[in-house]
Design a protein around this ligand. Structure first.
Ligand code: AMP
Ligand code: ZN
Length: 494
């Protein structure tokens, strides 16, 4: 086991060594639930689902915390302006918690559609206000935060004076950041324009607000993740993930808060996923180039040439490694659909294959070696910072042998019982458990088996019009009948 993970903090692939094996603590910034999850969000959560699955497969006991942001995330991601959820609540004339509930439900449905496993704990920011208020008090006590007009700000100068380096994760230089900032000296509540809010004073019309030692207000966006990760994973934990766009300021601020509170760096491995793009531009709600999963499944969007199934999309995303950008296109999705169906067919037939010992079959050393190489190659790919594109290439090489066995071009006995069993077991584990792919038959398999029996009967009775009817029954569901010399079967149309 030598999993390497690209660590944004060290800017290199680091060997993954958990703090307290076999336990692994992993925190991922969850969605802000003020609108429907789009496909870009899905890419990020799918990446960490893959990691969660792979670590579990390797034998680690993972506590995976993925929060729900239901307060404090302001429009524009800064310290000023409306709360994203509050704004939506006003627009729709709903209670903010109705917005939160609606889009949390939507998020869960989307995660399930893509076979993304639920995390071990899914805490909410509003459920941890006491922890956040205590953290603010503690930071003030430590001289790392100050109150100003009912708001409390993290004091970057004090933090850096204590020997810290705000900006180390994202590689930002303080002077550059100062030049970029729009806030003018002397007009702000802040001592330094880079200071960020950990508690905000709420005006009367602000919908979500609570009592605090500093008056009515609400927590700053960055604080929730610090408090919830520390509560459930400890002051220092193994992995923290999120999309690349969260590196700065969100994750930079999390480091400052965590280090300020406990004196230790909160996270050992920082992982960031690259963006899903459309024509080279980040897919985002605000740019108007985002798809909702439901639109993909129905094909109902001007940029879509056809409908795509959840597993086609999952496979499309997994084909590229999470740190490369992934550009959405119909061509790429169609190719993914073909590839996924080929693998799904392989999985189906493999499940039905049994080892047959045959006298006089010579062992095929070359094929045996190649299979062993690809079984190992899958792991090597995954261990190289979750390089799924390499891992999947090896899965396709294994598929070649599965199909040869199925077509009787290769005898199981030529592989030997152990290797045959290993191939079968691992192919299924790679496909289902690690990559999280699933077969998607339109009908229950019992119905399909019944229809195949009818096909055999009609064929034997030479009722060819009926035979054609059965064929089109399959075709209408994206399936085909494979009528081979040694067997008759159905398969996904590739
Ligand atoms: P949000 O709900 O906007 O806070 O986003 C939830 C997660 O989705 C964050 O980790 C974002 O970084 C991530 N995300 C947003 N847009 C994209 C995108 N186009 N591609 C990949 N991840 C994204
Ligand atoms: Zn976060």
């Amino acid at each position: 086991m030598s999993l390497k993970i690209y660590n944004t903090l060290t800017r290199q692939k680091d060997l993954f060594t958990p703090l307290a094996p076999p336990y692994v603590g992993m925190y991922v910034c969850g969605p802000t639930v003020y609108n429907n999850a789009h496909l870009g969000n899905v890419r990020t959560f799918m990446t960490f689902d893959l990691l969660f699955r792979y670590l579990t497969h390797l034998g680690y006991k993972v506590r995976y915390v993925r929060n729900i942001t239901d307060v404090g995330h302001l429009v524009g991601d800064g310290d000023e302006g409306e709360d994203k959820i509050g704004r939506m609540a006003k627009l729709e004339q709903l209670e903010p918690m109705e917005i939160v509930q609606r889009y949390t439900n939507d998020f869960h449905r989307v995660m399930e559609d893509f076979n993304i496993l639920p995390p071990s704990i899914e805490p909410t920011a509003t459920g941890h206000l006491i922890e956040q208020i205590e953290a603010v008090q503690d930071l003030i006590k430590k001289g790392l935060a100050y109150e100003s007009n009912g708001s409390v700000y993290f004091d970057i100068n004090a933090y850096n004076a204590a020997g810290n380096d705000y900006g180390k994760l994202s590689g930002r230089i303080l002077e550059d950041l100062l030049n970029e900032t729009r806030e003018l000296d002397g007009q702000s509540e802040k001592r330094n324009p880079l200071d960020f809010a950990i508690w905000k004073n709420a005006s009367p019309e602000h919908l979500m607000q609570w009592n605090s030692p500093w008056g009515r207000g609400f927590p700053g966006w960055h604080l929730e993740c610090t408090c919830m990760s520390a509560k459930y994973l400890g002051n220092q934990f193994d992995i923290h993930g999120g999309g690349m766009d969260l590196k700065f300021p969100h994750h930079e601020c999390e480091i400052a808060q965590g280090k300020g509170l406990t004196g230790t760096d909160p996270v050992r491995y920082w992982m960031h996923t690259n963006m899903l793009t459309v024509n080279g531009q980040k897919m985002s709600k605000s740019l108007g180039n985002s798809f909702l999963p439901a639109q993909l499944f129905s094909g109902d969007h001007e940029l879509l040439e056809q409908a795509y199934s959840p597993m086609t999309v999952r496979f499309f995303m997994l084909q590229s490694q999470y740190r490369s950008t992934l550009d959405f296109s119909n061509d790429a999705l169609k190719a993914a659909q073909k590839g996924f169906k080929r693998l799904a067919n392989g999985l189906r037939v493999l499940k039905s294959l049994e080892y047959v010992a045959e006298e006089g079959v010579v062992s095929d050393e070359k094929k045996r070696e190649d299979i062993e190489k690809s079984l190992q190659g899958f792991y090597d790919g995954m261990n190289d910072d979750l390089n799924t594109s390499v891992a999947i290439a090896h899965l396709f090489n294994l598929l070649k042998y599965v199909n040869m066995l199925y077509m009787n071009q290769l005898k199981a006995a030529a592989l030997g019982e152990d290797l045959f069993a290993k191939l079968k077991e691992n192919f299924i584990i790679f496909f289902e458990d690690v990559l999280g792919l699933q077969e998607e038959p339109a009908e229950g398999t019992a119905v399909l088996t019944g229809m195949l029996n009818l096909y055999r009967e009609y064929k034997a009775a030479q009722q060819y019009d009926k035979v054609d009817e059965v064929r089109s029954y399959f075709k209408n569901q994206g399936l085909v009948i494979r009528d081979m010399k040694h067997r008759i079967d159905w398969a996904y149309e590739e």
